[in-house]
Design a binder for this molecule. Structure first.
Ligand code: EPU
Length: 421
């Protein structure tokens, strides 16, 4: 799997429709939330991507009995067989940090591997740990592990996140669901995946007020029950296909199972660039017409422009007439795709957290390497536009977070193949 690569022959017209899968970043915390109950939790619309499979495997190691059948997952943790995540599993996906809150809340003890360095920059977890400590959890950090003890259960807190953090809000929300008393979490991240976790926890018997606002009030329960839950569509996959559809003149693509509101920030940037986008309740159509205008964009927490769609937009802007500027505010090393795009003929200069993209440059295919998940999508998009053959190495990165992207793009008319070596 780690040797997988993607081979693309560019310049094909994209046309037809593509269906968006359930959200990876909703699946990860929500599968972890199944630790909060001994009853069965049933999920629909779970994307079959590597990060989700790793999370499922981590839960199985802790004692979960589960079935992963197409996009449906049934999971039940009647008793815990272990409260420790083996290092090799924990290191495979950073999302195993999402186990910490629910596991210590359920069990009074958890040992998870410390999320290591990350290709996109520093990814701190100090607010997760600070919040749990205030709930009465004793936390010991070693070079490799985080060890959490709460012999007397968790206590409610009134905690203000110093800055927005998506998984931080999710971790404390899950812990608070089994804490004694009423917890108030302030300055919470507004990403729709946090709201979807609130919906799941509510179905499990939690009392939570303030969904989709910065202040969440959670009345802790002694026990939670099982539930059935359908995940929201993946807004980053949605945005990636909208950008793919925008890449060349005369594409005509319809994106189905979409929630256009989730990517308002992207759609307004595309309108500024000169792309024709139309939205319905659950569909988006994209038509490309005429020249593309350069833009200035900065990444921000939701509802601002998402960092997870920064790399893909960079690829599109190589085709705008003039210099575009993108400022990355969320992660401090998230322009690694620029070096690879330049190998194809792009002209991108990175100065710390700002990329200047000089268009319009023709791209020509060659072998390039994916450094992280969203960068891999940006390179695939570049391959769709490039003259000749592009090979994207380290394609495992793409498989971590996009369900069957080569298959979905083929269905739209692209010439793209995934090769496992
Ligand atoms: N931060 C802190 N302290 C903390 C937590 C975060 O300083 O305790 C900082 C981070 O260092 C970073 C910023 O806050 O600079 C934002 O980090 P956040 O915690 O919000 O990111 P995350 O929860 O680790 C999730 C997604 C990412 C997505 C970011 C931002 C999941 C599993 N991951 O990560 O998704 O980029 O939010 O929206 O939900 C991806 O899917 O490709 C991906 C990287």
């Amino acid at each position: 799997m780690n040797n997988a690569k993607i081979v693309i022959h560019g310049k094909q017209k994209l046309c037809g429709s593509v269906r968006i899968s359930g959200a990876k970043n909703a699946a990860l915390p929500e599968l972890a939330a199944s630790l909060l109950t001994a009853d069965e939790v049933h999920f629909q619309s779970v994307p079959q991507v590597e990060d989700v499979k790793v999370m499922f495997h981590v839960l199985e190691n802790l004692g979960a009995q589960g079935i992963f059948n197409a996009d449906a997952v049934t999971i039940q943790v009647p008793t815990l067989k272990s409260a420790e995540i083996p290092n090799e599993l924990g290191k495979t996906s950073r999302a195993s940090i999402l186990i910490l809150g629910p596991l210590v809340a359920r069990n009074g003890y958890a040992k998870v591997s410390r999320p290591g360095g990350c290709a996109i920059g520093d990814r701190k977890i100090d607010f997760h740990l600070q919040g749990l400590r205030e709930m009465g959890v004793t936390i010991r950090e070693t070079a490799d592990h985080i060890i959490a003890n709460a012999d007397n259960g968790l206590q409610a807190i009134d905690y203000t996140f110093p800055n927005k953090t998506v998984t931080g809000a999710e971790n404390l929300l899950m812990a608070a669901a089994l804490a004694q008393g009423q917890t108030i979490l302030r300055n919470c991240a507004l990403e729709p995946e946090v709201g979807d976790l609130v919906d799941l926890l509510t179905a499990m018997g939690s009392h939570i007020h303030g969904k989709n606002t910065e202040t969440l009030t959670i009345t802790g329960q002694n026990r939670l029950n099982g539930a059935r839950h359908t995940l929201i569509p993946d807004r980053i996959e949605m945005g990636t296909y909208v950008i793919a559809a925008s890449l060349r003149g005369n594409n005509e693509v319809m994106i189905e199972n979409a929630i256009p509101e989730y990517i308002d920030s992207l759609l307004s940037v595309l309108t500024e660039i000169g792309i024709e986008v139309s939205t319905w309740d659950d569909k988006i159509t994209v038509r490309t017409r005429g020249p593309l205008c350069p833009v200035e964009v900065e990444t921000l927490p939701y509802p601002g422009y998402p960092t997870d769609l920064q790399a893909q937009l960079t690829t599109l802007l190589t085709q705008a007439d003039g210099v575009s500027k993108i400022k990355e505010n969320i992660f401090n090393n998230r322009f690694q795709h620029a070096v690879e795009l330049n190998k194809l003929g792009a002209s991108i200069q990175v100065d710390r957290d700002v990329a200047f993209i000089k268009g319009k440059t023709p791209l020509s295919g060659r072998t390039i390497r994916a450094t992280d998940l969203r960068a891999s999508a940006a390179l695939v998009l570049a391959g769709l536009m490039a003259e000749g053959q592009t090979v994207v190495e380290n394609a495992y990165q793409l498989l971590r977070g996009y369900e069957d992207m080569p298959g979905k793009l083929r269905q739209l008319g692209a010439n793209i193949t995934l090769i496992h070596e």
